[in-house]
Design a binder for this molecule. Structure first.
Ligand code: ZN
Length: 332
């Protein structure tokens, strides 16, 4: 058993309270490679932002759970080396689906876990989340639970249709589970294809897809029921068109990839939404830079040569999100 406190990590409690009060949101970036980790830490240090580094089940399978845990510990030390005296870094499990997985992460030094019972019947979701909360709180680890189902594909989480969170359930759910934050479904979606062309309209000028707006009425109703309670949005990449265009220009094939417009996320950040999950945008930034570099330098084969611009491009994207979308800069 390793406590996250020994690793210099923090849980989300104080961070979220400040974010809700201050009208901004904490970035939750997924990571599974060293370059992503470096880019996240550099961006957080340069902008003086707290940050949540999150690990999905797929990332654990890809990179190995122990390695990721040591990378998070390395992230804290790296932030200090970059001049940040008091880094606020959370190591979070994204979409934990069993009590055992959450316990395993807590025992190995995670400071926060998500238990995602959103696909279960309501009472079973409550029972599972309560069990995780009871264990996590013994070690001062914070817990995110989910109510409502997001559409889309993220690692091993997938659903063809979304079911918006029912505002009439949130008080009962948060009280009975004791969760510290609540992921809700208001129209965000996992992956780089968040909406089908049929769900969108097409901008007549650019020919690009315009996605349906988020259900802010549901968000506001939830806020009224649970004043000041931390709300989380998953699947909140914006799928930047310039990255998609670069990928397609240099041999990729991502037709009609579409995300959540940043103006809507900016608006959400000002509400009780205090954690916004971004994964696909990092994947797109990395892939765009690598495709471009390799196409322009066909004779190069040293991975450092193409991973360096990939890391730079991800860092630029992270900084942009922190400063221009979430507003979590200058909060350390
Ligand atoms: Zn998610």
């Amino acid at each position: 058993m390793v406590s996250y406190k020994e690793l210099g990590l923090v849980n989300t409690r104080e961070m979220f309270a400040k974010a809700v009060k201050g009208g901004y949101a904490i970035p939750a970036f997924n990571f599974n490679t060293m370059e992503q980790m470096q880019a996240i830490v550099q961006a957080a240090v340069e902008t003086k932002s707290p940050v949540i580094m999150q690990v999905s089940k797929g990332a654990r399978n890809y990179a190995n759970a122990t390695i990721l845990r040591y990378m998070a510990q390395g992230a804290v030390e790296y932030a200090k080396e970059l001049g940040c005296a008091n880094p606020q870094i959370v190591l979070h499990l994204d979409h934990g689906d069993t009590f055992e997985l959450c316990k395993d992460c807590i025992d190995m030094g995670f400071s926060s876990v998500m238990i995602d019972g959103s696909s279960l019947p309501y009472e079973e979701n409550i029972a599972l989340a309560s069990k995780v909360v009871e264990y996590a709180h013994k070690y001062d680890v914070t817990v995110e639970a989910e109510l409502g189902v997001l559409a889309g594909v993220e690692d091993e989480v997938s659903s063809a249709v979304s079911h918006y969170t029912k505002p009439e359930e949130v008080i009962d759910f948060s009280q009975r589970t004791g969760c510290d934050s609540l992921a809700i479904s208001i129209g965000t979606s996992h992956g780089a294809y968040k909406f089908t062309p049929a769900q969108c309209t097409r901008d007549p000028k650019t020919g690009k897809l315009v996605p349906p707006p988020l259900a802010f009425d549901i968000l506001h109703e939830i806020e009224k029921k649970l004043p000041g309670f931390p709300i989380v949005l998953h699947g909140s990449s914006s799928v930047p068109q310039d990255e998609v265009d670069t990928i397609n220009k240099f041999g990729g094939k991502l037709p009609d990839a579409v995300g959540i417009p940043e103006e809507q996320l900016r608006e959400a950040s000002k509400s009780a939404v205090c954690k916004i999950n971004i994964d696909s945008d990092s994947r797109l930034a990395m892939t765009a830079a690598i495709r471009k570099y390799l196409a322009e330098n066909p004779g190069h084969f040293d991975p450092r040569q193409y991973l360096k611009p990939a890391r730079e491009n991800m860092k630029k994207m992270y900084i942009h999100k922190i400063v221009n979308v979430l507003g979590s800069n200058d909060k350390l």
